[in-house]
Design a protein around this ligand. Structure first.
Ligand SMILES: [Fe+2]
Length: 314
């Protein structure tokens, strides 16, 4: 079984780091700056989940980093492309093998990055809902929140972790094979147009055996050209998505799509453009599956379908 813990970070080159730092802070990250580099983290213990380096030309997406659970796994993957393992000169240190995917994106496999201290997550009291297991529908005395107002704590980061990345790729099958060989992805939902043999792309999840993982950590879209589509960050709770939606609009940022709830993956989502033009997503309440969920095929109509929320696309 491949031993990849999770997607750890996304990397960009950005022209205006000051502007980007303000956006990232407004988006819910805790942001640090070192020389010509921004590091943004969530309240989980990864020292960074978003990295922006000073661009020398136009802004661009550089790539992603995946964390191996063991050093032998890092070495196994590095050997596939005969890539050197080097020390990481970033907070938390560690070892890295940097590979290049079929479209020229950097794909880092890292191991031994020291964890930072967890930050206190923002909290909210439990939801009063009728469908709690074991609760009699009419018995309000069993409601989860009794004698307590809803109130919110604010902390330095409202983002928990990086959840997934979506890439438009030149050749879906070539990229799918490349990533599956190295990261060990399992297809969750392959998307087809018209008939099942006309594949557009696929939502893919990590293979952690019995352990539950996100419905997708990587979605490859066979767009016929290479382009960053979006990166999605899991936030602390549903209310935060709504609070942040209004706040980001008030700051004048460009909204892309949301708030809504996906059918495939079930996330409550909200997509925004950062000042450099890259789409970043807030999400919560996503599906978790393990190996036994298997692989499925879905028509393109389901790809953009929502349980509720506006029609659109990221
Ligand atoms: Fe997404």
């Amino acid at each position: 079984m491949p031993e990849i813990r999770d997607l750890l970070y996304v990397r960009f080159e950005i022209e205006d780091l000051d502007k980007q730092a303000q956006f990232l802070t407004d988006f819910g990250f805790e942001v640090a700056r070192e020389d010509n580099c921004l590091f943004a983290r969530g309240y989980d213990s990864a020292p960074y989940i978003y990295v922006a380096e000073q661009a020398k030309g136009p802004a661009k997406f550089k790539g992603m980093g995946f964390e191996a659970l063991t050093q032998p796994e890092l070495e196994r993957i590095a050997a596939i492309d005969n890539v050197a393992i080097e020390e990481i000169d970033l907070p938390g240190g560690g070892l890295r093998a940097r590979m290049i995917d079929p479209d020229g994106n950097d794909v880092d496999i890292v191991y031994g990055v020291s964890q930072a201290s967890k930050l206190p997550p923002p909290s909210r009291p439990p939801f009063n809902q009728e469908n709690q297991e074991g609760q009699e529908a009419q018995n309000r005395q069993n409601s989860p929140r009794l004698g307590q107002r809803v109130s919110f704590t604010k902390t330095s980061s409202s983002i928990k972790r990086l959840g997934h990345c979506v890439l438009n790729v030149t050749n879906f099958r070539a990229s799918e094979t490349w990533y599956k060989e190295r990261i060990g992805f399992i297809t969750s939902d392959e998307i087809y147009i018209g008939s099942e043999d006309k594949t557009l792309g696929a939502f893919m999840r990590l293979d952690r055996g019995e352990a539950y993982v996100d419905h997708h950590t990587l979605f490859l879209v066979g767009a016929g050209h290479s382009e960053f589509n979006h990166a999605a960050f899991e936030v602390c709770h549903w209310d935060y998505i709504m609070q942040s939606h209004d706040f980001l609009a008030q700051q004048g940022y460009e909204q892309r799509w949301g708030v809504g709830k996906h059918v495939l993956g079930s996330q409550v989502f909200d997509y925004w453009k950062d000042p450099a033009g890259f789409t970043l997503e807030h999400f919560t309440d996503g599906d978790l599956f393990n190996r036994s969920f298997g692989s499925h095929k879905q028509p393109i109509e389901k790809l953009l379908a929502v349980h509720w929320g506006p029609e659109g696309s990221p």
